[in-house]
Design a protein around this ligand. Sequence first.
Ligand code: PMP
Length: 426
Amino acid sequence: MTHSETLFEQAQKYIPGGVNSPVRAFRGVGGTPIFFNHAQGAYLYDEDGQRYIDYIGSWGPMILGHSDKRIKDALHAQVDLGIGYGAPTALETEMARKVCELVPSIDLVRMVNSGTEATMSAIRLARGYTGRDKIVKFEGCYHGHVDSLLVKAGSGALTLGVPNSPGIPASLAELTLTLTYNDIDSVRETFSKMGDQIAAIIVEPVAGNMNCIPPVPGFLEGLREVCDEHGTVLIFDEVMTGFRVSLGGAQGLYGVTPDLTALGKVIGGGLPVGAFGGKREIMEHISPLGPVYQAGTLSGNPLAMCAGLATLNAISEPGFHDRLTEKTNAVCRGLREAADATGIPLTVQGSGAMFGFFFTEEPSVTRFDQVMACDVERFKKFFQGMLKEGVYLAPSAFEAGFTSAALSEQDIAHTTAAAKKVMATL
Ligand code: PMP
């Protein structure tokens, strides 16, 4: 038995499924999850002494690579000053100012502790601001485990939402309409029937929870138009894309401005952080300024703010995202090369420092049903093969890949060679 296998057995005695977040259990790919005990730069090291090139980056936050000195120094210094005060600090203002500077659509920002809290609070605020109850989301987009957002439409775009987890009241799920990503016509049709009842559209501006699907031209622009026509709040869930696809997030890259933005992952530099912010007029409805309640014992915690700020400052260096995007493109080219060399049908696509690959004959994947039609069995074999070659990809065919600044040319060359070797066995 490997150390990981032993540790997983022990974990399952005390933790549901042995993990604190389900995808980590490797149910999507089979086998035993790898237990890690340290990480440095582009690499993760497991309990059995194996090294892996990491394309998950703690699911997004580690954009600088692991154990970056700038983050560690900031954290060490803050630990000596106190771990938290539950009272205002200058650090929080510095963080807020930085976020508002990098994301110009944000006039005011509130810090929270996870992406889930960010989207949950943004939805409550949109409902409180508009006085409407219904919301629109898109199939295949994930916005955290918020009751209103763990909802999938039944057949037909206009049927009322049904919960896709027990424990979510049907009466709440009914308020969530789920439409097709990248299909602006279905959005326009829905709004023509009930636009005046819809508080918000929430969307991942690049979908990263059904593999990686960039928006088709006109989709985000169309959402903006529809929201303007109907007085609906447009929420970009940039928990994944924020500070990653460009310094200004997806809104900076695609040039479409939301009313509210949810942030997470990179903004915390690896600590538990999220944030939501946007137009002053809307944000002024949040307590204590306004009547929409929202709070957090550890929100704005100084350790979290330190790690986040150190990250945001580091990625603000000129050219950071250009270099990271180029690395990401090189990873994508390597996968393409491996597929061409082995005759495996593969589509590779990405946006900034996010990428995805699909085992499919389709030249591009823009819709959820295309994602579902991909060869998941082939993905599983590829994943396990890459793991053996020391490359750690997301353990699911439905997650985007993330690159970090620590990734070297040699790492990318190793990844390409590994992909060729593994694809030859598929
Ligand atoms: N929104 C998006 C787009 C996400 O990808 C995630 C998490 N992967 C969340 C929200 C939820 O964030 P958290 O897991 O920090 O609650």
